[in-house]
Ligand binder design. Structure first.
Ligand code: FES
Length: 335
């Protein structure tokens, strides 16, 4: 049995099999709706059902509080229809490649700090893999589990396809324990991708705030690399926060961007500064609130600790006037 789903305002329709998630049916039928985690843990896919009923599926309560459910919202990656539906959901102007399973080889592992490595994966010549800056991949572990990591480099223009991942060690973590102990170059792995709908909205000329905490810098780095290489001249400011200076593990790269591009600024912020830290202190999103009292004309791209991202989403719009629709975020995994 299947149900018919209509998207508003476009009026486009697609069918969803009983028990299938609305998001997965939408993507399979070529409707590019916003999503990220696909596990009910980020709220990127939250949309309002204006007609019909759904089984809400499993999700983290904070991503769909009762108050939101009462207003008609559901998480499309988890919800499946119990009747025909009408949903308010905008289709994205994103020409994303269909995700596929791709083999790859560990090309290099650079240890940047005690608990952060940068891993370079090389894809086969015939992989025909092309991501959009801001997307992520799911590493497929041998035991069937998967771990999501943002791609930290812009797409290769030609020839060799490399992707770069930033990993923070999470002791006991299914993938990072291996990556930090006995993983060697040339190891073969598989991933599924490209995934996610975080990408630079190039149809806007609004100044951009990039907000990252820790290794949440990875997708932000890919987007900034892309923007600078395309000569996008909108004002851009990167606020990158961590507990200490080591957490801002590629600060030299960000400083170089700021030196070489008049439209780019970099503000590192640490919450537990050591004696030798002379920069900004506190929580990174609070530095943005202090620096830009009126955010009504801005766009924000945020990635990192979910508490930071949630606080930023709420306070930027509630206190400093950011249009909710101009806040784009991606969840964060630590293991
Ligand atoms: Fe649905 Fe994250 S909650 S994509």
């Amino acid at each position: 049995m299947s149900y018919r789903v209509e998207l508003q305002p476009s009026g486009k329709t697609f069918d969803v099999e009983e028990g299938e998630s609305i998001l997965s049916a939408a993507l399979d039928s070529g409707h590019q709706l916003a999503y990220s985690c696909r596990r009910g843990t980020c709220a990127t896919c939250r949309a309002r059902i204006t007609s019909g009923t759904v089984d809400y599926g499993e999700y983290i309560e904070a991503m769909l509080p009762e108050s939101k459910k009462a207003e008609g919202f559901a998480l499309l990656c988890q919800a499946s229809p119990l009747s025909d539906l009408v949903i308010e959901a905008e289709e994205l102007k994103l020409q994303a490649q269909q995700p596929k399973i791709v083999p790859c080889r560990v090309h290099a592992i650079d240890r940047l700090t005690d608990d952060i490595i940068v891993m370079h994966l090389r894809l086969p010549q015939n992989a025909e893999f092309r991501h959009i800056s801001g997307q992520y991949v799911d590493i497929l572990l041998k035991d069937g589990r998967r771990r999501s990591y943002s791609i930290a480099n812009k797409p290769s223009v030609h020839g060799v396809i490399d992707i770069e991942l930033h990993l923070r060690h999470s002791p006991g973590g299914a993938f990072t324990d291996h990556a930090f102990s006995n993983m060697k170059p040339r190891e073969i792995m598989k991933f599924e991708g490209p995934l996610g709908t975080m990408f630079l909205r190039e149809d806007s000329d609004k100044p951009i705030v990039f907000l990252a905490s820790g290794t949440g810098f990875a997708p932000i780095k890919a987007i900034i690399e892309y923007a600078l290489s395309e000569g996008i001249d909108r004002p851009m400011t990167l606020y990158w926060g961590g507990r200490n200076a080591q957490d801002i593990y590629m600060h030299e790269l960000a400083e170089t961007w700021a030196r070489e591009h008049a439209n780019f600024d970099f503000v590192p912020v640490v919450s537990e500064p050591g004696a030798d830290w002379t920069g900004r202190t506190g929580f990174v999103h609070q530095a943005v609130l202090e620096d830009i009292p009126d955010m009504s004309g801005h766009q924000v791209y945020a990635c990192g600790n979910p508490n930071m991202v949630d606080a930023a989403r709420d306070e930027f719009s509630r206190l400093n006037g950011l249009d909710d629709a101009e806040f784009f975020a991606d969840p964060f995994t630590t293991e």
